[in-house]
Design a protein around this ligand. Sequence first.
Ligand code: DGL
Length: 259
Amino acid sequence: MFDSGFGGLTVARALIDLLPNEHVVYFGDTARYPYGPRTHEEVRAYAVQITEWLVETHDPKMIVVACNTASAVALDDLQAMVDVPVIGVLEPGLRSLLKVTVTGRVAMIGTVGTVASGAYQRLAATLAPDVDLTCAACPGFVEFVERGETRSDQVHVLAERLLAPVQDAKVDSLLLGCTHYPFLARTIGDVMGRDVVLVSSADETAFEVQRSIEALGADREGGGPPVRRFVSSGDVETFARLGRQLLGPELDSVEAHQW
Ligand code: DGL
């Protein structure tokens, strides 16, 4: 699995909890992070490069794109490129959102790259054409989370400004369509009010991986304890420190990878 950085570890956590026997290799592309403000071509090229590297060096039975921006712009290319299933976070996230909505008025928030790609909008039109989906980009949210600033007055003010169109749309549920946004859930929840259900894609993505492994008949049972490897293209110390806070004790060491 891979993400632009360490945010996708929220998906890794859900996956390890649901499928504790599976080997996991997590690649965080922290040297080229953040992906959100980059062009679609750049993000696509990075996603292709990482996928090739994962296939060549680890021969996985499945690849999980634990990054909304990369899933939004590159999933189709990656699926066409390799022989193993490639699972993104968009469809699982949207399905969770559709499960909780009562009114059919829903919203998703994500990076500029994700929202501008139109991928969520296209998927919603296919999966649930009757649902009214409002999409809003939230530039700046990721940087606040990176600084560990998830409850400050400044992030609250920014959230009020960025979430205004979502409030106007009178939705009953909101998908946090970016790996970092679950860490802002309290601030986002305060701004949106109690009646709006916040949905994150991590758990549903893990269920999708489970279904896919079962369909392949490729569950791993026995054969020694699972191996979990964490690789980063950036500073491994930072990755280990922040990553451990997100994932927990399983992240005992981080390997460096240089492009
Ligand atoms: N991983 C990205 C995503 O989920 C957020 C961080 C970034 O911009 O790279 O969209």
